[in-house]
Design a protein around this ligand. Structure first.
Ligand code: ADQ
Length: 751
């Protein structure tokens, strides 16, 4: 039997038992009451008749007696009256009962004998009667008996009525209870259970979402099960997603790298070896905030890709301690375990004096090497004192590392970027067995451009201390080999892309850096997109058809003025778009200790002011210039809302903004305008590639982006997304470290 039927039958039995008990009691009380009432009437009538009847019996006045009996005999419910003598023989009686009465009347005999009234219920004919017999007496003398016969059938009728009424009540009550039970069971048990079953079935077929249907919460008794089932479903969905992801990975063979795959790969490659990573920027820095100290993770691809690697191998990351609370957090060896909430590897901080930082970072690195490597017509400045500081700081890094690797055989050393160009040689000289790689994040120029550096040979030699040099593109590798060929006595192997000098070989390879993009995030619905766009429009205080975005450090290599000039030209050429298109620039001030950067900030401010003044209307302006270091989330919100992203670097090693924009567009929308002088342009062939110096061309690209057909737009974005997904930052880290690990170690100095 179904649970509902069982529940209903039990409820009906319970109701029936209660109804029967209640009715039985009611009937008993009512019967009692009616009998008492009848008896009371009989007693009253008997007593009042006795007074008149006794003298007439004494005087044997039968006619009078008959008259009295007949006069009283038609009272309500009275069936008849009889007067008997002492032997119970009827003297007179009402005519109705004469034929039915039996002589001698037994009740009269009993009443005379017992000298007390006798009451009795008896069936006379087919009717139930109540017979009240009163001995007739005066002064203790008995003369006979008075018999009052009442019709008592009404009691049975009344009791039957009660049974019937209560039966109807019982039926009605049962129907109501059954109906309510059915509704309640359906609403709170069978309904939610059926929904749950349907949802689980769909879930099993992989058709539905992880969140259970809303109906679940109605069946509050099912809540604990529902919440457990929801958790189970979540893990099922997660497991399925992972399985699908794995299957996809397997299908795509080496194509897709994920965080997980990088971990597995690195674990396998390193086989318990530790990685020593050196960079100018630290992955975690401590800053004072009021009285407390906050740990900050600088955003960016480098930390995203290398932090998991360092965690796996319990590596050591050596970096400049630049946070104002950094010194408070380290031990006597200037070390601390990071990440703070789940320590997995060590960070060793290198301290620099103000002078060292000025000479090494702002001076030689950013006023010398940075403009030297970027062909942007900003003149590099080389000062001897900066070069001295640069060498000193590189030596500090070398010392910090050498101390840590003294007992490590063939240590794996990974150096990051142009601030530490000569570090490879400083380490290699002391530890020839160390396997050293340096990754150069900025472009490498042609030999003519590079040749102006007064310490060109020293820098090259310093870098060639490494066993592996990585650049973003093959083009930069070629330039590097050309440069080494030009300025050093060395053997260049163009087939294997390596440089041999004094018996040491350096491999030069491209490793295009990227962003942490793997699986597609949930594709936003058109409503979500519209809502996000609306929020951005509210923030910038305008409602426009087309939104453009640019995200840069304020650096002269990024071509920010050129971009704004192209926007100006676009409006001159296509005035019909005035009021329809707005460009939002998220610009982070950078290296403001350097005059060239301060001048650039002023130049950009002025340009924005001029262009806005030229075209602006009451409610609209062409450029919204938001000068700040925005959060990662904020930057991505703008990427997702923008129809066009503009990257117009005059020269850029890779440019991550272009890849971030592509990665953020799960909706498959958006057009990327990309400078042909970025490393990214080698991969993102479906962007609208421009020469940022050519203002006309860039303005036309904006127009093309605005009028581009949806189909073309989506096709281009789809291809770019596939490229970025396949060449993500996990692949970058995986390839770089694998190449380093697989290098043949050279013999140690003391071997
Ligand atoms: P960068 O010159 O700093 O990097 P880029 O690759 O574009 O240039 O990376 C900039 C990063 O900073 C991006 O992640 C971007 O989102 C973020 N960013 C920029 N402006 C911002 C703002 N206003 N607010 C918040 N975040 C902002 C150097 C080289 C590049 C190379 C990278 C990585 O110059 O060519 O691609 O290293 O190797």
């Amino acid at each position: 039997m179904k649970i509902t039927a069982r529940l209903i039958v039990s409820l009906i039995i319970a109701i029936a038992a209660v109804a029967f008990g209640f009715t039985y009691y009611q009937v008993s009380v009512e019967e009692q009451r009616l009998q008492t009432e009848l008896s009371r009437r009989a007693v009253l009538l008997g007593e009042s008749l006795q007074e008149s009847v006794v003298p007439l019996v004494q005087s044997n006045a039968q006619t009078k007696l008959q008259r009295i009996v007949e006069r009283f005999g038609n009272r309500e419910r009275l069936k008849g009256i009889a007067v008997t003598d002492l032997q119970g023989n009827v003297i007179v009686s009402t005519p109705d009962i004469r034929s039915t009465i039996r002589e001698p009347v037994p009740q009269s005999v009993a009443a005379v004998v017992e000298k007390r009234p006798i009451e009795e219920f008896q069936d006379l004919g087919d009717k139930k009667t109540y017979i009240y017999t009163l001995p007739l007496r005066e002064d203790n003398r008995l003369f006979g008996a008075l018999v009052l016969i009442h019709d008592a059938s009404f009691i049975g009728v009344r009791l039957e009525d009660i049974w019937k009424t209560n039966l109807i009540r019982f039926v009605l009550l049962s129907l109501i209870v059954v109906a309510i039970t059915l509704v309640m069971v359906r609403w709170s048990i069978t309904g939610p259970v059926a929904q749950m079953a349907e949802w689980l079935r769909e879930m099993r077929r992989g058709k539905t979402k992880e969140t259970p249907p809303v109906g679940f919460s109605r069946g509050d008794i099912l809540n604990p099960i529902a919440s457990e089932v929801a958790k189970l479903a979540k893990s099922l969905a997660h497991a399925r997603a992972q399985a699908e992801e794995e299957a996809r990975l397997r299908m795509q063979a080496d194509a897709l790298w994920t965080d997980q795959r990088l971990r597995e790969h690195i674990r396998h490659e390193l086989r318990g070896q530790r990685l020593f990573l050196l960079s100018n920027r630290e992955p975690y820095l401590h800053v004072k905030q009021g009285r407390t100290v906050r740990c900050v993770t600088p955003a960016g691809g480098l930390v995203t890709a290398l932090d998991p690697v360092m965690r796996i191998c319990d590596g050591l990351w050596i970096a400049h301690g630049s946070g104002n609370a950094d010194r408070e957090m380290v031990d006597e060896k200037n070390m601390l375990r990071v990440p703070p909430d789940e320590p997995a590897y060590s960070l060793k901080r290198v301290w620099l004096t103000k002078e060292e930082e000025n000479g090494y970072y702002y001076g030689f690195s950013n006023e010398g090497l940075w403009p030297l490597c970027h062909i942007t017509h900003t003149r590099p400045t080389f000062r001897l004192e900066d070069w001295v500081a640069y060498q000193q700081v590189n030596q500090h890094f070398a010392d910090a590392l050498l101390e840590e690797i003294q007992h490590v055989k063939s240590p794996l050393v990974l150096i990051q970027d142009y601030q530490l160009a000569i570090l490879p040689l400083l380490v290699k000289e002391r530890r020839p067995d160390a396997r050293i790689a340096i990754f150069w994040h900025i472009p490498w120029p042609n030999p003519e451009a590079y040749g102006i550096c007064p310490w060109r040979a020293e820098v090259l030699l310093g870098m060639l201390g490494a066993d592996l040099i990585g650049f973003h593109t093959q083009f930069h590798c070629n330039n590097f080999l050309d440069t080494a060929d030009r300025f050093l006595e060395s053997k260049i192997d163009w087939e294997h892309f390596s440089i041999e000098r004094s018996g040491h070989t350096t491999l030069v390879k491209p490793f295009p850096i990227s962003v942490a993009f793997t699986a597609d995030a949930t594709v936003p619905t058109p409503e979500d997109r519209a809502h996000q766009r609306e929020e951005i429009m509210k923030e910038i205080g305008m409602h426009v058809r087309f939104l453009g975005v640019g995200v840069d450090r304020i650096d002269y290599t990024k071509g920010i003025p050129e971009r704004f000039l192209a926007i100006e030209r676009f409006f001159e050429k296509h005035p019909e778009h005035i009021g329809e298109f707005t460009f939002v620039e998220l610009a982070a001030p950078s290296r403001t200790h350097i005059k060239r950067y301060r001048d650039l900030v002023a130049e950009v401010d002025e340009l924005v002011e001029r262009i806005n003044w030229k075209f602006q209307k009451k409610w609209w302006r062409p450029i919204v210039y938001l000068k700040a270091n925005h959060s990662h989330e904020e930057v991505y919100r703008y990427y997702r809302a923008a129809d066009i992203c503009m990257v117009t670097s005059l020269h850029d090693g890779m440019n991550l903004v272009a890849k971030e924009y592509v990665a953020s567009r799960a909706d498959g929308e958006g057009v990327l305008i990309l400078s042909q002088f970025t490393g990214a342009s080698r991969e993102l062939r479906d962007a609208l590639l421009v020469n940022p110096y050519d203002i006309e061309e860039t303005a036309d690209a904006i127009y093309s982006a605005v009028v581009m057909e949806r189909e073309e737009r989506q096709e281009r974005m789809k291809r770019m997304r596939a490229t970025v997904r396949e060449n993500n930052v996990y692949r970058w880290a995986g390839d770089l470290i694998t190449t380093l690990v697989r290098l043949r170690p050279e013999p140690a100095a003391h071997d």
